[in-house]
Design a protein around this ligand. Structure first.
Ligand SMILES: [Zn+2]
Ligand SMILES: [Zn+2]
Length: 237
């Protein structure tokens, strides 16, 4: 499987990440990626960018080091109604949006609450990807999540960083298997993301690639090898 894109990365601007946009683009080109998505944490994450950062992104070239760049946000789902932390006019300007649940921004609810949060967030036409739904601190009804993702034409992320043993999402491996089972059942595509917070992790899919092989997940349901497959999902807006 040739990975041509990494759509979930953070630059210095996210406040707890460590590389510049150019350093990230350079690494993407070294690793043979065609598309790099830089998706800074949205404003509710302490120390990250304000809305002005996102609305000003038209100034940044969409190609660096021969890599096509997409600029967007990793939105914080703020409540179980699925509200997110960037306003509509600014969302309109972004190339790509991931929606995620993060501990500093929303307290985990019961399984039905967390599921409702994701499902409502997916109704937002700007949301292209559900980020790392493999966080055991937020129990989720995966049947309902994947069913709705399919219906709303939203991608489910398989997050390489979730499998980092030093990371916070400890139960991810087991939950990833459950998510993948549902994706096979509903023929729901996934996108593999590095969630890099430093240039050396751009395009690093090692742990997730191994897990997908172990599961024997069908390659045709992995978006990363085809720009056309991706376009079909981004044209949602
Ligand atoms: Zn995240
Ligand atoms: Zn992230």
């Amino acid at each position: 499987m040739k990975y041509l894109m990494d759509l979930h990365t953070h630059s210095l601007a996210s406040g707890h990440a460590y590389s510049t946009i150019r350093e990230m683009a350079y690494m993407a080109s070294e690793r043979g990626l065609e598309i790099l998505g830089i998706t800074e944490h949205a404003p509710a994450m302490h120390g990250s960018c304000r809305e002005l950062y996102f609305s000003n992104l038209y100034m940044v070239p969409r190609n660096m080091c021969g890599v096509n760049l997409l600029f967007g946000a990793e939105l914080n789902i703020l409540d179980f109604d699925g509200n997110v932390d960037i306003s509509e006019p600014v969302l309109d300007k972004l190339d790509i949006c991931i929606a995620s649940l993060h501990i500093p921004c929303i307290k985990p609810g019961k399984k039905e609450d967390n599921t409702r949060a994701y499902i409502n967030a997916m109704k937002n036409r700007h949301v292209n990807i559900i980020g790392h739904p493999d966080d055991d601190r937020y129990p989720v009804d995966y049947d309902a999540l994947v069913y709705e993702a399919k219906r709303q034409h939203v991608l489910i992320e398989m997050n390489n960083a979730s499998l980092n043993p030093n990371g916070a999402r400890k139960g991810a491996r087991e939950l990833d298997f459950k998510i993948l089972e549902k994706c096979v059942e509903y023929r729901q595509p996934v996108i593999v993301g590095s969630d890099a917070h430093i240039d050396v992790d751009v395009g690093n899919f090692e742990r997730m690639d191994e897990l997908l092989k172990e599961f024997d997940f069908p390659e045709e349901l992995i978006i990363n090898d085809s720009v056309d497959k991706l376009k079909a999902y981004l044209d949602r807006r």
